[in-house]
Design a protein around this ligand. Structure first.
Ligand code: BG6
Length: 509
């Protein structure tokens, strides 16, 4: 347990302003994300008075819904997935600002009608032409929607109009570059907010504070003291009915290219000159530019994938990936990926970063662990137990916190050692974190703060690292070519080899 010392850190990444009145237009509003995440997050922010009273939300999708139907559907979402409705009066006040517009993403006429509708809302609700267009549609529709918005003259004004793009941004380097070209054709980078919801998590933002607001860790944060780094994002969930998307995506695109690479950047980057969005994002790009798969000529030594088979979790039998509704019995889509990255710079030369993520793992854990070098000479050979290297573990979720592992002498006459953890837990220090990642990001976008969003060159730099691997993994292959692991286990044996080959092992979580 850590005692809190009164010390108001003067760090950025802090929201203390309320955005201008505006309209948030969600394309793909009949999808899960809007009902489960976006609207509950906006409602929470509205109740906390972090959004202006004029805030208006327009859901756009093809279905023939009415405003009333949309409002009821969103209410269910808030009740089921949000932090509660509060009073009827507060919901009713919010619901009055919710609208639905039925339109086709590829029809110029729909955009013209939407444009007129938004102008009417500007007059009725005082939203002054300020708009954020949120693309929550299937990625294959991103380009079309952006081009149509451009052609309809709806994102011309960099001061008033913004574009929010959900992940995944591209499928590989060349498609990400192509999408960036489309984006740049119709708007300025300053208007673009590429979402990675991991950046909205408190503990992810804390990585920078931890590294750069404390003096004792940074001197150790380099090749001299660090043996290697492990980044794990393990999930217990499986496909969750998203086979249509997941079959074309897989673990590398769904989790590694975005969420894990963001954790990687924040751990490995140099201190930014300031807290403005471009200084931070510039440092991330710099570290990505010198990062590579460990052995580009032998990708088998750099990475491994896996797919879960039927298994047993929390007393239930779990179907294998190929048996899940919508996936194919021949599928080679990886639900697990582990890779070894190296960084060619002064700070990190020779220090491997091992990344792993998987679905249907025994435990939901996201953690970054910095594993320090062993002591150069061991005096305690007489002790029966081995001395364990120090580990600094940054727990992103759940049980958010930070722990430092070190060895101590166990009481008694003999000289035995045992590792213990010095532990900081967010919950005991601050109570349960109550700001949802999407809430944080939506408000930032409406404020025009791009710090927690991925810049165009950043997304390309991260695809550049992974594309050689994707080319191999995407190639048509027989079903038996992909390593398998049972649901409820820590991944395929091949993933163990990635570390045992280097005389290391994955941390037990
Ligand atoms: C999403 C992925 O981006 O992140 C999902 O598409 C994954 O497959 C989810 O389950 C994990 O997010 P979180 O916040 O639950 O760790």
């Amino acid at each position: 347990m850590v005692a809190l010392i009164e010390n108001p850190l003067r760090v950025g990444l802090q929201q203390d302003r309320v955005p201008e009145p505006q309209i948030l237009i969600i394309f793909g509003a009949s999808g899960d994300l809007t009902q489960r995440k976006l609207v509950p997050a906006i409602y929470q922010m509205k109740r906390e008075r972090r959004l202006p009273p004029e805030l208006t939300v327009v859901g756009v999708a093809r279905r023939d819904w009415t405003h009333e139907f949309f409002r009821d559907h969103m209410r269910e979402g808030v009740e089921q997935f949000g932090s509660g409705l509060g009073s009827e009066a507060s919901w009713n006040e919010f619901a009055r600002g919710l609208y639905y517009f039925s339109g086709d993403l590829d029809s110029p006429d729909s955009y013209q009608k939407l444009k007129t509708f938004l102008s009417t809302l500007d007059e009725q609700r005082g939203t002054r032409g300020n708009r954020a267009f949120y693309l929550s549609v299937a990625p294959k529709f991103f380009s079309e929607a952006i081009l149509q918005l451009g052609a309809a003259g709806m994102i011309e004004n960099p001061k008033k109009q913004r574009l929010v793009i959900e992940k995944p941004f591209g499928r590989d380097l060349s498609s990400a570059q192509a999408l960036n070209r489309v984006v740049r054709k119709v708007c300025d980078e300053k208007q673009v907010y590429r979402i990675d919801h991991y950046l909205g998590k408190e503990t992810v933002q804390n990585l920078m504070v931890f590294r750069f607001a404390n003096s004792i860790f940074e001197p150790l944060w380099n090749r001299q003291f660090v043996d290697h780094v492990q980044i794990t994002v393990s999930e217990t969930v499986g496909l969750e009915g998203r086979a249509g998307y997941y079959e074309t995506s897989g673990a590398l695109r769904d989790m590694v290219q975005n969420h894990l690479m963001q954790l990687f950047c924040l751990t490995a980057m140099e201190p930014p000159n300031s807290l403005d969005a471009d200084s931070i994002r510039g440092e991330k790009v710099k570290v990505l530019q010198v990062t590579r798969l460990a052995d580009i000529d032998n990708l088998g030594l750099s990475a491994t994938r896996g797919q879960y088979t039927a298994g047993w979790m929390s007393g239930n039998t779990i179907p294998g990936y190929r048996e899940e509704e919508g996936s194919s019995p021949e599928s080679t889509t990886p639900t697990y990926a582990a890779l070894k990255l190296l960084i060619d710079n002064w700070r990190w030369k020779g220090v491997p970063f091992y990344l792993r993520t998987g679905k249907r793992m025994p435990k939901r854990v996201s953690e970054i662990s910095i594993q320090f070098k062993e002591v150069p000479f061991l005096m305690f050979q007489s002790a029966a137990q081995q001395v364990n290297p120090n580990v600094l573990a940054l727990r992103i979720q759940p049980d958010e916190g930070i722990s430092l592992r070190f060895d101590v002498k166990t009481p008694g006459n003999s000289l035995r050692t045992r590792p213990v953890d010095m532990d900081f837990r967010y919950e005991s220090a601050f109570g349960q974190p109550n700001t949802d990642a999407y809430a944080r990001l939506l408000v930032d976008c409406m404020l025009g703060d791009q710090t927690l969003f991925t810049r165009g060159d950043e997304v390309e730099a991260s695809w550049r690292i992974l594309t050689p691997l994707l080319q191999v993994w995407d190639a048509p292959a027989p079903p038996e070519s992909i390593p398998l692991y049972e649901a409820g286990t820590w991944g395929p044996v091949e993933a163990e080899l990635l570390l045992t080959r280097d005389r290391r092992k994955w941390r037990r979580l």
